[in-house]
Design a protein around this ligand. Sequence first.
Ligand SMILES: [Mg+2]
Length: 400
Amino acid sequence: MDNYHVAAKTCSIIHCDLDAFYASVEQRDTPSLQGKPVIVGGNPRSRGVVATCSYEARQYGVKSAMPLVQAQRLCPHAVFLPVARQRYQEVSRQVFAIMADYTPVMEILSIDEAFLDVSSSLSAFGSPESIGRTIKQRVEKELNLKISVGISYNKFLAKLASQLDKPDGFRVIRADEAWALLRPLPVQCLWGVGEKTRQELDRLGLYHIGDIQDLPEGWLADKIGSAGKLFWELARGIDSRPVTPGRQRKSLGREVTFAADTTDINYLKDLLDRFAVELCRKLRQKDMEAGTVTVKIKYSNFAAISRSKTISPSNSDMLIGETAIGILQDAYPGYPPLRLIGLSLGKLTATPALEQGSLFVPVEADTSEIDRVMDDIRRRFGSQAIGRANALTWKIPKDE
Ligand SMILES: [Mg+2]
């Protein structure tokens, strides 16, 4: 067999990542926005952050997660749009449906990103490259969106390949070129190296991936702990993590940035309660429970803290709402003013199947049955139709 065949056989992991997804959907759906800087995130006076911006806006230095105020300073003529999450989710499902035509081994990473392992699809659909090309062409033709495709023999390099060639990218990284390609890249290109780790590596004199490639095995793990082993392997193009299909969301969250800073503890408590109702309803729809409750607050000076509590897995509004409020009371003495509060639920697991044939529920039974009935009523009559008394007091300000 020739080399091409060997390489094609091993490079069977595809990473697909839509380009400037939210902004592209907006530009697609409103042709007058095409070619213009579009910033999705909300009203620039709303104090939220940029969720996604079009490539036209990026030319002005606008980036994701930047405060909208700053984005407006950099690009005053940009069009600012609210986050139309449901519409993006709908489009996202259409994109994933195209990918799913080529392999059942698909790991969804986020609303616009997934890994595919096509090693068992080759006889039906041809080489990984032709599968990657086909997906790219279909997404463009059927959905009128651009998607970047990276292909390699492991997840890290497939993702790197799609990122290196953005936008509208298509790139393969083969085993025999990985070492040299990685060498000059900054250490931040390694999976898991954020700003904090970058600084740590910087102090050790490690600036480029090549610096890590040249280290003897074990050296980096001695210096920075177990992550050091992972980075050393990634630097050498080693990544044995499999593509894990059907991976569930690991967390679910809701947060809001206030129009004006607040110290009103009752208002904050009621917001957490409302978030708990909203998130628990989502959990129950998916037959999931949460094992951690995290409250995040951001002060007027942008400093943020988050505090978590482990609970026995639950999707009860009441239990999770009360846990969140307890965390807030411990963490926030009522000063300084807050600009943001958020609630997120983590360690999500599937709800254990109900036992068959159990007619009697113990008196101390949890409130999940009540919650389910309330979900039903909300489904039929709208989300404001019913709620627990203490969740009704306040109107939640618009998110983003
Ligand atoms: Mg993307």
